[in-house]
Design a binder for this molecule. Structure first.
Ligand SMILES: [Zn+2]
Length: 208
């Protein structure tokens, strides 16, 4: 759920790599971008992300990977375990596609209603709403005023879907994740932290 800020993506690069720790090969994605510090994360889908400033040296990357070894192994393995334990759907591919089509149709009808409702409280002006399937995002807000939502939110509790709607609506006024932005979200949804946490923990389960 990031607001698109053009200057932040300039010069950005993404590279697939892997690191070997005593027999364990762990794939990771190295993202260079305009940022001042490095950040490490394990995404819901199990992808390890190392974000670094544009001009970081290979030596520095090696140092981070070495220093963070314990953290990376622990969190990577934990995520893999969760992913493996996830119940598998027994739908055929044809059934899955048919069902997905119905969810997308439902999302096209439902999201505009929720957006219109919450816009009374958040303010901001939007041009259009699109429904998409984004791999790692639940919603987005472009500087042209297009609000996009992931149809998979139709599988989430309604309060979680509403949180994403309010989040993106607030980006119409605040194109960042500053304190003011979160205050705006909180004003409309005082319990938003709970929904945000739900999405972090269960987002990867929203699949047909
Ligand atoms: Zn956001």
């Amino acid at each position: 759920m990031a607001a698109k800020a053009k200057n932040r993506t300039e010069g950005r690069s993404k590279e697939r790599r892997s690191v070997i720790y005593a027999g364990d090969t762990i794939p990771f994605t190295l993202i260079r971008s305009k940022r001042k510090t490095w950040a490490l994360s394990v995404e819901e889908d199990g992808e390890v992300l190392l974000k670094v400033p544009l001009f970081v040296t290979e030596k520095e990357i090696s140092r981070i990977l070495s220093d963070q070894r314990t953290w990376i192994i622990e969190h990577y393995k934990k995520r893999q375990k969760i992913l493996k334990a996830r119940p598998q759907s027994d739908l055929t591919e044809v059934q899955r596609q048919a069902l997905k089509k119905r969810y997308i149709q439902a999302a096209r009808e439902y999201f505009p209603r929720r957006v219109a409702y919450f816009q009374q409280f958040t303010g901001g002006h939007y041009e259009r709403i699109t429904i998409r399937e984004q791999k790692t995002r639940w919603g987005s807000c472009s500087s042209q005023g297009t609000l996009s939502f992931n149809w998979k939110l139709m599988l989430a509790p309604p309060a979680v879907l509403d949180y994403v709607v309010v989040h993106e609506l607030c980006h119409l006024t605040h194109m960042d994740h500053s304190r003011v932005f979160w205050q705006a979200v909180e004003q409309v949804l005082p319990e938003y932290r709970e929904q945000r946490r739900w999405l972090k923990e269960h987002g990867s389960e929203l699949n047909l």
